[in-house]
Design a protein around this ligand. Structure first.
Ligand code: ADP
Ligand code: ZN
Length: 621
């Protein structure tokens, strides 16, 4: 067996590399530079950890890992310790004496990997330490995690990353591997230029996350829809629910909690100790639902997040894909669920219109929003559309709502024309614009006080839409708004001073009115679909395929794991992840030999936990 395979097998306990891992690991171990683009959950850590270990075995010295996420270094280093690897971190969370201890370990060659924050790395003091190691030939590797932070085009620019160009100049010949999960062509080019990786081999993986199931539903009573989704499909599992506003976060977290779903709020307005506490609980305890604004999630490495839900629509596909990408990093089935409705379109449009950006930039923002709306309205494979957005061609996936339950489609062209002409007539008659509710009443021939007051029951289109359900007409309205064939106009009420949105025609309305454009819509989801049966409450994604006896073992193993994790002050998955526990439960081992070879059990873990695991398995018989 080659050295890299031996490390994969003995230290990490895995049988085989995944996707491009092997090529990357071999290239970097041989001293090559690399730029790695891999989606979240693809397995980036091993791409530098294994070269770090093998290069040290070969006498090249320590690997320096640059990471911007101070909060996570502790867990990453803890995971390496669990696997029996000498690792440490240096960041502002250490006091002076602790930092000195780490520096000392570094100097005497006791460390295999050192995690360091970028601002710390470029201090004269730290560079001095590196200079000494370099002079002794004891600098084995640089790994630059979250490499998109170096680029202004990325979504998380960190100026201190720019200073990392020093590595190339100062430590020529030491291999460098830069890794990121998010980089379009522009960002990628920027990373290469800023970090001087012109000579690096690029490893670009598919951005597909096949284990994530995408579902986008029409928003009705979103709180209930969400609760039904969680209770029916993710009872007792960890998830993240994204909301647009802080107030909504707090309300929804409370409502879920009141309804027996363990949940915590997280947004930038909460005191930092509370945010820290909630994040820690989410990472360390099982089955917590985090209700959050987008302030939450960057660098959250929790692999067993089983669902990400959006109760409000994000701003663009980049945001949506990044947020949903936090589900299922462990490769087990996970879901991305979003509810979207007309108010989302209205709100997002308004935020752009009222934002301080320049007009040209606003146009870009609108374009990005439209792409997301198109995804939401799509009647064909969601994944094909998502990947297409990132420049990747693919076939229908069989694992999104539209593939699994192809929506019935109806031709809404006639309804759309009737809607637009009603708006036109109403405006023509009253020289005023009206909100969606009133237009709907006129279209459906409902005599309300307002209708009588404005004599709108006298116009020619009064009641011409009564063959359509309100839901159908709302669908038409939403799609016309989404495609820009219907516009919004803000009006201040003379009586109350309230500002509200009214509907107006736009230049694009004409083609629809003339019947030049076909308007195809999805049939209301609720009417065409009934949900599958409820999954057993205790079944987790990893254990779904297990029989009842193995299920019992799995549950006992989980209980044992959470005790160990608590004692070590580490998240449970660092001890063994769900897939490993399921593997143990399935194999039902009686001896250490039988335990060996289960994916995720390396030599150190076998030694540390083997007997305990056998005891737990035995007690479940
Ligand atoms: P990323 O940093 O790309 O999001 P991670 O490095 O955290 O991904 O890996 C995601 C998960 O996949 C982890 O639980 C890791 O242990 C697991 N994993 C990575 N490589 C392999 C492999 N070759 N075989 C089995 N599991 C793997
Ligand atoms: Zn699909």
């Amino acid at each position: 067996m080659s050295a890299v395979h031996t490390v994969l097998h003995d230290i990490f306990g895995y049988a085989a590399f995944r996707g491009p891992q092997q090529a990357i690991v071999e290239h970097v171990t041989d001293g090559g530079d690399a730029l790695v683009l891999m989606p979240t959950g693809g397995g980036k850590s091993l791409c530098y950890q294994i070269p770090a270990i093998v290069r040290q075995q070969q006498g090249h010295g320590v690997a320096i890992v640059v990471s911007p996420l101070i909060a996570l270094m502790h867990d990453q280093v803890g995971a390496l310790h669990e696997a029996g690897v000498e690792a440490a971190y240096l960041n502002s969370s250490l006091d002076y004496a602790q930092a000195q201890e780490v520096e000392w370990q570094l100097q005497c060659g006791k460390l295999n990997l050192l995690y360091v924050a970028p601002e710390r790395l470029v201090t004269p003091r730290f560079l001095g330490l590196l200079d000494d190691l370099f002079a002794q030939g004891q600098l084995g590797l640089f790994a630059i995690d979250e490499a998109h932070c170096v680029s202004q085009w990325g979504h998380d620019f960190r100026p201190e990353y720019r200073a990392l160009s020093v590595l190339h100049e100062r430590y020529a010949g030491v291999p460098r591997i830069a890794l990121t999960a998010t980089a379009d062509a522009l960002t990628r080019a920027d990373i290469v230029e800023r970090l001087h990786l012109e000579g690096a081999r690029q490893f670009v993986s598919s951005f597909d996350r096949p284990n994530i199931r995408y579902t986008i539903v029409e928003k009705k009573d979103v709180t209930h829809q969400l609760m039904r989704f969680i209770k029916h499909e993710h009872e007792g599992e960890a998830g993240v629910v994204y909301c647009q506003s802080r107030r909504r976060v707090e309300e929804l977290a409370q409502t879920l909690q009141d309804n027996g779903i363990q949940s915590l709020p997280y947004h930038a307005g909460l005191p930092s100790e509370m945010r820290q506490l909630h994040q820690n609980r989410f990472l360390r305890e099982e089955g917590i639902v985090m209700v959050a604004t987008i302030a939450f999630g960057m660098g959250i490495d929790k692999p067993d997040v089983r669902f990400v839900a959006h109760v409000d629509m994000p701003k663009n596909i980049e945001g949506y894909y990044q947020e949903t990408g936090r589900a299922g990093r462990d490769g087990l089935p996970a879901q991305a669920w979003m509810a979207y409705g007309i108010s989302d379109v209205v709100n997002q449009r308004r935020m752009i219109d009222e934002g301080g950006a320049e007009e040209a930039f606003k146009a870009v923002l609108r374009g990005k929003l439209d792409a997301l709306l198109t995804l939401a309205e799509a009647t064909d494979c969601r994944r094909v559309r998502l990947l297409q957005y990132f420049g990747e061609a693919s076939e229908p996936c069989g694992n999104c709502d539209n593939c699994l339950h192809p929506p019935a489609i109806w031709d809404g062209t006639d309804a759309a024309r009737k809607l637009l002409s009603t708006i036109f007539r109403v405006h023509e008659m009253s020289q005023l614009t009206f909100g969606a509710g009133h237009i709907m009443d006129v279209l459906r021939g409902k005599v309300t006080d307002k209708v009588t007051q404005f004599l709108h029951d006298k116009i020619s289109t009064f009641g011409i839409g009564k063959d359509y359900s309100e839901q159908q007409l709302r669908g038409v309205m939403r799609q016309l708004l989404a495609t820009g064939a219907l516009g919004l106009h803000k009006v201040t009420s003379e009586n109350s001073g309230h500002v509200f949105d009214t509907l107006t025609l736009t230049p694009q309305s004409r083609a629809v009115l003339r019947g030049d454009v076909q308007v195809l819509l999805r049939e209301s989801v609720a009417a065409t679909r009934s949900r599958g049966g409820k999954r057993g409450a205790t079944t987790s994604a990893a254990a779904m395929h297990l029989g009842p006896d193995a299920q019992a073992r799995f549950i006992n193993l989980k209980a044992w794991r959470s005790e160990v994790a608590k004692a070590h002050d580490l998240p449970a998955y660092v001890i063994f992840n769900d897939a490993t526990l399921a593997g143990i439960a399935e194999r039902n081992p009686q001896t250490l030999e039988a335990l060996q070879g289960i994916s995720g059990i390396g030599a150190k873990k076998l030694e540390a936990y083997g007997q305990e695991v056998l005891r737990v398995v035995g007690a479940s018989r």
